[in-house]
Design a protein around this ligand. Structure first.
Ligand SMILES: Nc1ncnc2c1ncn2[C@@H]1O[C@H](COP(=O)(O)OP(=O)(O)OP(=O)(O)O)[C@@H](O)[C@H]1O
Ligand SMILES: Cc1cn([C@H]2C[C@H](O)[C@@H](COP(=O)(O)O)O2)c(=O)[nH]c1=O
Length: 202
């Protein structure tokens, strides 16, 4: 099963993806592989470093190339080996961040439409003021973090959620407001439960 965690900068994706992986390892009785985008390959690391200087269409294409390699070289082999795969960011991130970077949503989709559709894409939301307060604590913001306000990102994420719904993607919106990370993960596990294999009998 391929699960994706999405949402605006600072909403808690990395925290939640890590905790979800731990609890799935305990719950699922099958190995769980945690991954993220951009990937930890040479291309992904280059993209993280170069975000300040590569932008627009070139960055959108490079992110899509990294994602294509991610799917072919890491995600599909892990799924074929019987693992659950949890990815911190995937296509919805591109439909938002590359749009913040002035690329049209249909063009972004054209670079991503052939990638593997996840079993479920989980979209985390929170109060924009809470997210803004977290971002304000960071010593520095990346170019895209500094370009988008949490309000604008949330607006684009909602539009991307609706767009992916029209492509028949299975998605769930999880409200993180007034929930700690453990409670957020419990809500995610409730939505994943019907997709998971039955719990092993003790
Ligand atoms: N539900 C929550 N309640 C309170 N604090 C949270 C919650 N989730 C995450 N945090 C805190 O918010 C901060 C940002 O979390 P995190 O780095 O996981 O976000 P992110 O969405 O991955 O951000 P980015 O996309 O910018 O990397 C961290 O300090 C984390 O401890
Ligand atoms: C998947 C994805 C990533 N990006 C960019 C935006 C940031 O520079 C990094 C993500 O870093 P974080 O620590 O996860 O916040 O990658 C992007 O522009 N588009 C994408 O689809």
């Amino acid at each position: 099963m391929f699960v994706v965690i999405e949402g605006p900068n600072g909403v808690g994706k990395t925290t939640v993806a890590g905790l979800l992986t731990k609890r799935l390892r305990h719950r699922a009785g099958q190995p769980v592989h945690l991954t993220s985008e951009p990937t930890r390959t040479r291309l992904g690391e280059l993209l993280r470093e170069a975000e300040g200087v590569i932008h627009g269409r070139a960055f959108a294409l490079a992110i899509a190339a990294d994602r294509t390699m991610h799917v072919e070289d890491e995600i599909i082999p892990a799924l074929d080996a019987g693992m659950i795969v949890v990815s911190d960011r995937y296509v919805q991130s591109s439909l938002v961040l590359q749009r913040v970077d002035a690329v049209d949503v249909h063009e972004i989709w054209s670079y991503n439409r052939y990638v593997l559709q996840p079993a479920i894409s989980i979209y985390l939301v929170d109060d924009p003021q809470v997210i803004a307060a977290r971002l304000a604590e960071r010593p520095r913001l990346s170019r895209l973090e500094a370009t988008a306000t949490p309000e604008r990102e949330l607006q684009f994420y909602t539009q991307a959620f609706n767009f992916l719904g029209r492509q028949s993607w299975h998605q769930e919106r999880i409200d993180c407001q007034d929930r700690n990370p453990d409670e957020v993960v419990s809500a995610i596990l409730d939505t994943l439960d019907p997709l998971l294999a039955p719990r092993p009998v003790a």
